[in-house]
Design a protein around this ligand. Structure first.
Ligand SMILES: [Zn+2]
Ligand SMILES: [Zn+2]
Length: 414
């Protein structure tokens, strides 16, 4: 888990700004769910054999005996909210976006954090493939607006529950003859979740995986037509995409569409910036009626790393053009008041009210490269006056405090 230091904040502000801009434009409502949820929310939806639940979830037992989990993702909590607040009665689809921390106990490695942050967009209550297409469009636009270049979307269909039963059986039949030579993880997945084998990055497993049966040969006519329509939308939108028959995503709740978005030069590193898909069966896993839904999440730390890589522009903090120098107790007292007056007038001002020496304060003013220094000495404080010094010209003038704001405004304009 890591601290996000002040120097990082321009990136975080930029991500937040773009996420909210797109959320507003596409008419999504912002939600903040609790960081703790009942453990069952994730066990039932992500699947007991998913890596997240099996190895990565932080869980705790309260004194009252409740079993809670630090949320490892935010899609299941949003479906929980949909059910809990009776959103099925609202006009469909319900469109929701979020931004916040998630927690996974992963092995330490560069760029991976155990507390990291995600933004995400979810459209609940529609099975229309146009929803999937719009979410992919939104995801591409979001990364584009953040300055990430060369984006490509990998896409696949996992079919629905019924298609997947047939596919699982076919995969088991196929891998039965290869599994002995494959990695330890794959042997485990073979027993519990053979689809996940397709995800394996181990060299010794790749060959067998490359020749494995492909899901698209097993999906039913409805699922096929859903996928075909999605691709037609993507074509129409000119979104660069690649069919990846081995894209399965690690979680049980996905059905039909799955996608991952990469910056193209780094696709080999398997680091998707955004990933998502359709999860029509998730509501039922939570014991509610069927709610078809689709969404995506992006890892903010990973996106920011990419923004730095491509030297994306982020807004810098505005630099003050004025520095307030003070000397003595009375001047110090008046300084805080002057600062507040400048804030009310929307004029940015730097200060160092905790310092005593004029020279050290003038040094700071020099370093900041301000246009004006305002000097409030003991005498000026007593006479309700202040010195304005033009730093470049080295000229200074004493004026009544009451005229300070007007004088500063005039000089900043010229
Ligand atoms: Zn493997
Ligand atoms: Zn199907």
């Amino acid at each position: 888990m890591h601290d996000i230091l002040p120097e990082e904040s321009p990136y975080w502000e930029k991500v937040r700004q773009i996420v909210f801009e797109l959320g507003q434009f596409y008419d999504f409502g912002f939600i903040q769910t609790p960081i703790l949820e009942m453990q069952g929310i994730f066990e039932r939806t992500l699947g007991l054999s998913s890596d997240v639940v099996e190895k990565e979830m932080y869980t705790l037992k309260t004194k009252g005996g409740d079993e809670l989990a630090l949320r490892p993702e935010i899609t299941a909590p949003i479906m929980r909210a949909y059910i809990q607040h009776g959103w099925a009665a609202a006009p469909q689809p319900v469109k929701i976006f979020y931004l916040g921390p998630v927690f996974r106990h992963e092995n330490p490695q560069a760029g991976r954090f155990r507390q990291f942050h995600q933004f995400g967009f979810e459209t609940l209550g529609s099975e229309d493939p146009v929803v999937d297409a719009q979410l992919i469009q939104l995801a591409m636009a979001l990364l584009g607006d953040l300055g990430v270049k060369g984006l490509i979307c990998e896409v696949n269909s996992l079919g629905d529950k019924l298609c997947r039963i047939k596919y699982r059986a076919a995969l088991k039949d196929y891998f039965r003859y290869h599994i002995k030579k494959m990695c330890h993880n794959c042997q485990h997945r073979f027993k519990h979740n053979p689809l996940r084998i397709l995800d394996c990055k181990e060299e010794k497993c790749r060959e067998a995986i490359a020749k494995a049966p492909q899901i698209l040969d097993f999906i039913c006519d409805d699922c096929r037509s859903h996928f075909k329509k999605l691709l037609e939308f993507l074509d129409e939108l000119n979104i660069p995409y690649l069919l990846n028959p081995h894209l399965v995503r690690g979680l049980d709740y996905y059905s039909r569409t799955v996608f991952e978005i990469y910056a193209e030069d780094r696709r080999s590193a398997q680091a998707a910036l955004i990933s998502g898909g359709r999860y029509d069966g998730l509501a039922e896993l939570l014991g509610a009626k069927n709610v078809p839904a689709c969404g995506f999440a992006g890892g903010i730390e990973r996106v920011i790393a990419e923004m730095k890589e491509v030297k994306a522009r982020v807004p810098q903090r505005p630099q003050p053009k004025i520095f307030l120098v003070q000397l003595g107790d009375l001047a110090k007292k008046k300084s805080l008041k002057i600062l507040e007056e400048f804030r009310e007038h929307g004029i940015l001002m730097a200060e160092s009210v905790s310092r005593h020496s004029i020279r050290s304060q003038m040094n700071i003013a020099d370093k900041l490269g301000v246009k004006l220094a305002l000097i409030l000495g003991q005498k000026e404080a007593l006479d309700n006056e202040i010195i304005i010094r033009d730093m470049a010209a080295g000229m200074q003038e004493t004026i009544p405090l009451a005229k300070l704001i007007a004088e500063v405004k005039k000089r900043l304009k010229s």
